[in-house]
Design a protein around this ligand. Structure first.
Ligand code: PNS
Length: 162
């Protein structure tokens, strides 16, 4: 069984994330989307909200499951018998940090990282930018699934929870 993990904070899930998960699901028997839920002050959505949105977004992929993890990603990989981490690369600027993490994860637990280039239509899409644009009333439809757009709009209209 070839099992891969697609990790991230997914605050919130974007169409760029879904593109990577979808393509990874065609290469591996099973893909676990792993939502990092380590404490952070800067999240818009709670861990439960991020996981729930991802579960809905990934419903169409039968070999994809979604779970949260705390602590080290490599520990999660060892517990789930995961042999590969799949990360999307949007631009060269992503590479420095991603390479460092990949090498650290390899050193820690021998887990390999595979970099997948983002489809060109999503190369500028990032959760942080989506939130910033939406905060100032910009149109982010087409960058996130419709139900995420609704949640984002509602969240930005209400009080921050986390
Ligand atoms: O969406 P992001 O911010 O790129 O996700 C980063 C994430 C959650 C994948 C990364 O920060 C991570 O793996 N965190 C878990 C803690 C860990 O293992 N740190 C060491 C990384 S080498």
């Amino acid at each position: 069984m070839r099992r891969a993990v697609c990790p991230g904070s997914f605050d919130p899930v974007t169409n760029g994330h879904i593109d990577i998960v979808s393509r990874a699901s065609q290469l591996f028997d099973e893909v676990i989307v792993a939502v990092g839920v380590n404490k952070s002050k800067n999240r818009l959505f709670s861990p439960e909200e991020r996981i729930e949105m991802l579960r809905t977004a990934c419903e169409e992929f039968p070999n994809v499951q979604v779970d949260g993890f705390t602590g080290l990603l490599t520990t999660f990989c060892q517990e789930r018998d995961v042999s590969a981490i799949v990360k999307g690369l949007r631009a060269f600027s992503d590479f420095d940090y991603e390479l460092q993490m990949a090498q650290m994860n390899s050193k820690l637990a021998g887990v390999e990282t595979l970099f997948m280039p983002t489809s060109p239509g999503y190369s500028y899409v990032a959760s942080s930018l989506v939130k910033e644009v939406a905060t100032f009333g910009g149109d982010v439809s087409g960058l996130v699934p419709g139900f995420v757009l609704d949640r984002l709009t509602a969240k930005l209209a209400g009080p921050r929870t986390e």
